[in-house]
Design a protein around this ligand. Sequence first.
Ligand code: FES
Length: 89
Amino acid sequence: MYVCSCFGITEDQVKKHADGGACTPRQIASACKAGTDCGGCVRRIQALLGRGDCARRDLAAGGTAPTGAPAGAPAVLGATPDVRLPDAA
Ligand code: FES
């Protein structure tokens, strides 16, 4: 069944891109252009992506750093460490 009629993208194609690592509608758009014309399919793409297994999504949800990351590396890029400055005298 078609998800994106503007580009003729099917559910199976979206699922294959998701299996290939596309976790967000933007990443699906980068892979196959779905959602980049009228935008009418974006919600449907979001629904298809759902809460499936996605390494990046797991990291964003507070998972651990990927294997091979340096010790002490934040699990999410851009995460700020809990730094406390001493009170001014
Ligand atoms: S239906 Fe997907 S961009 Fe229009």
